[in-house]
Design a protein around this ligand. Structure first.
Ligand SMILES: [Zn+2]
Ligand SMILES: [Zn+2]
Length: 495
C-alpha cells in the first residue's frame, strides 16, 4: 500500500546516514509478508524480526546483534521496543490504531505511547501510519505535536461499495437474506467472501428457559461460551472448560438454550445455506500460532476456500485479489462496550474490515446493523474519518475524556467481595486525601468483570489532567504490588 512506500523512503534516508530502524507491527502474523518486502526493497541490509514466539536463544542473538549495531532494520511487535539498538534513527509504527499494541498483562503498557516516548527521549523522528488513526493521536496534529501526511490516492483498485443492511427488517437475526444472496452470487462467480464476526464460539451464553439461570464460569463473573465442535462450555477469560451440560445445573430442567452467536455458529449456518461451499474459520480456536496462520493465508490465496469466517484476525493486512465481498455480521456488538473509546474502536473495525475487499477488483462490503442511523455507521459508510473525528473529539472535550484528560483505572483484588471492597474504599480515600489539584475520583464500583480467576475485583476510577503527575498512583502501586492493578488510558472492554 502507499504508506509502506512512504516509510521506505524515510527509512532509506536514515539508513544511508548509518542509523538503525525500528519497525513496529501490531501482530507477529504480519511479519513474514512484510519481511520479504523490506528485504526486497533494501538488498544488502540486515533485516531481522523480533517477537515473543521466538525462542530465548533467538531473542538473545537479536539483542547482542542490536547492541553491536549489526542490525539495520528490526521488524517486530511491541516487545521489540525494548531491544537495545545502539543507534536508532527512526521508529515506524504501522497500523497504529490496532489494539494489539496494548499489552494486556503485566506490565501493562501501550506500545504506541511507549514508542512516542522512546522517540522523544532519543530525539528521533517517529512515523505513525493508519487509515483510521487513533483520535488522541490525530488530535496531536491540531496542536502541532505531530504533522499530518495524507495519502489521497488509493494504491490498487478502488474502494469497495458499502451497503448497510437494516436487521430490523430481517427474519433471520444472524445472516440477512440480502447478504445470503450476495454470498451466493460471489462464490458462484468463483470469488471469495470474508465474513467478520465479533466473537468466537458457537453461542455467547447458555440460558435455562425454566429458571432463567445463565451458565457462568465458576471462577469468573462471565457467562460461558458454547463450542459445538467439542460440545463444551469455555470461559474466554480464564480458559476454564467443561462438557456442555444436558440439563440445567440449577433446576435440573432439560430446557437449556444456546443464545447469541459467534464464529462457529455463523460457519455452521453458512454451511447449511451453502452445503457444497468450502468454508474456513479463522479465530483463536483454529489459529493459535504464526504457522497455522501462514497455512491459512496460503489456503486463501490458493482459493482452497470460498468463504472465510473469522474474528478481528481477518482484518489484518489481508490483501487477496479474489476476495470480492466482505460481510460484517454483528456491527452493533462493537459499539456496545461501556467505555468512552468504544465508538472509536467500532469505527476503526468497521472501516478496516470494509476497506479489505476489492483491493484488486471492485469489491462490496455489507454491514448488518440494527442501528443504521448511528453516527458511527454513517461515518464508516461514507468513509468519512474527518467527520467521525470531529464528532468524537467534540464529545470527548465536553465529557473531559482523553486526550483532554487521563483516565486511571485502579482495580483492587481480594479473595472475597468484602476484601476487595474494603481495599478499594481505602485506596479511594487515600487518593482523595492526597488532595491533588483538579482530579476527580469515582467509585469504588464493581466492574463488569467483578470476578476473574477466583479473585473479586472492585474499581476506582481517577480522572486527571492530561499532563498530571502520576507519582501518587505509582506510590499506591508500590504499596500494593499484588492486589492492585493500575491501568492508565487503557482500552475499553477489559476492565
Ligand atoms: Zn434451570
Ligand atoms: Zn473463567
Amino acid at each position: 500500500t502507499g504508506k509502506t512506500e512512504v516509510y521506505f523512503k524515510v527509512m532509506e534516508y536514515w539508513l544511508n546516514r548509518g542509523r538503525q530502524i525500528l519497525y513496529l507491527v501490531p501482530e507477529v502474523s504480519l511479519t513474514p509478508q512484510l519481511l520479504a518486502r523490506i528485504r526486497g526493497a533494501f538488498p544488502g541490509r540486515d533485516v531481522r524480526q523480533y517477537h515473543s514466539y521466538m525462542t530465548r536463544n533467538q531473542r538473545q542473538r537479536i539483542w547482542l546483534d542490536a547492541v553491536e549495531q549489526n542490525v539495520d532494520i528490526l521488524v517486530g511487535t511491541r516487545s521489540s521496543l525494548w531491544v537495545p539498538m545502539k543507534n536508532t534513527g527512526l521508529i515506524v509504527v504501522d497500523e497504529e490504531h490496532d489494539s494489539s499494541f496494548y499489552q494486556q498483562s503485566l506490565p501493562y503498557y501501550d506500545g504506541v505511547e511507549a514508542a512516542l516516548k522512546k522517540a522523544a527521549l532519543l530525539d528521533i523522528p517517529i512515523i505513525l501510519g493508519s487509515a483510521t488513526p487513533r483520535v488522541g493521536h490525530y488530535h496531536l496534529v491540531e496542536s502541532d505535536r505531530l504533522s499530518l501526511l495524507r495519502l489521497t490516492e488509493r494504491p490498487v483498485g478502488s474502494f469497495p461499495t458499502i451497503e448497510i443492511i437494516d436487521m430490523k427488517e430481517e427474519k433471520n437475526p444472524i445472516i440477512s437474506k440480502r447478504a445470503l444472496e450476495e454470498i451466493r452470487q460471489t462464490i458462484s462467480a468463483a470469488k471469495q467472501v470474508f465474513v467478520f464476526v465479533h466473537r468466537k464460539g458457537y453461542s455467547n451464553y447458555v440460558v435455562c428457559y425454566t429458571c432463567g439461570n445463565t451458565v457462568s464460569c465458576p471462577h469468573c463473573s462471565v457467562s460461558m461460551t458454547y463450542h459445538r465442535t467439542d460440545n463444551s462450555l469455555k470461559c474466554h477469560y480464564c480458559g476454564y472448560k467443561e462438557p456442555a451440560p444436558k440439563s440445567c445445573p440449577v433446576c435440573g430442567s432439560m430446557t437449556l438454550s444456546a443464545r447469541g452467536f459467534g464464529t462457529e455458529r455463523v460457519e455452521h449456518d453458512l454451511q447449511k445455506y451453502f452445503p457444497s461451499a468450502r468454508i474456513m474459520r479463522m479465530d483463536r480456536e483454529t489459529i493459535d500460532n504464526p504457522i497455522s496462520y501462514e497455512k491459512a493465508l496460503l489456503e486463501i490465496s490458493r482459493k482452497e476456500c470460498q468463504i472465510i469466517v473469522g474474528t478481528k484476525m481477518i482484518t489484518k493486512g489481508l490483501d487477496f485479489p479474489d476476495v470480492e465481498m466482505v460481510l460484517i455480521v454483528d456491527a452493533d456488538r462493537l459499539m456496545s462496550f461501556p467505555s468512552y473509546d468504544s465508538p472509536e474502536t467500532a469505527f476503526q473495525h468497521i472501516a478496516q474490515v470494509s476497506g479489505r475487499s476489492g483491493r484488486a477488483s471492485i469489491g462490496k462490503a455489507f454491514i448488518q446493523t440494527f442501528n443504521p442511523n448511528n453516527r458511527i455507521m454513517k461515518a464508516a459508510f461514507e468513509r468519512d474519518y474527518e467527520t467521525f473525528y470531529l464528532d468524537e473529539i467534540t464529545l470527548r472535550k465536553e465529557l473531559n475524556n482523553p486526550p483532554f484528560s487521563k483516565i486511571a483505572e485502579v482495580i483492587c483484588y481480594g479473595e472475597t467481595e468484602d476484601e476487595s471492597g474494603l481495599l478499594a474504599e481505602k485506596i479511594a480515600e487515600e487518593i482523595r486525601q492526597a488532595r491533588i489539584d483538579s482530579i476527580e475520583v469515582f467509585g469504588p464500583v464493581a466492574p463488569l468483570l467483578s470476578k476473574l480467576k477466583n479473585s473479586y475485583r472492585m474499581k476506582v476510577t481517577v480522572k486527571l489532567p492530561p499532563d498530571a503527575n502520576c507519582e501518587f498512583l505509582q506510590k499506591i502501586q508500590k504499596k500494593h504490588p499484588a492486589d492492585v492493578q493500575i491501568i492508565i488510558n487503557g482500552i475499553g472492554g477489559i476492565v
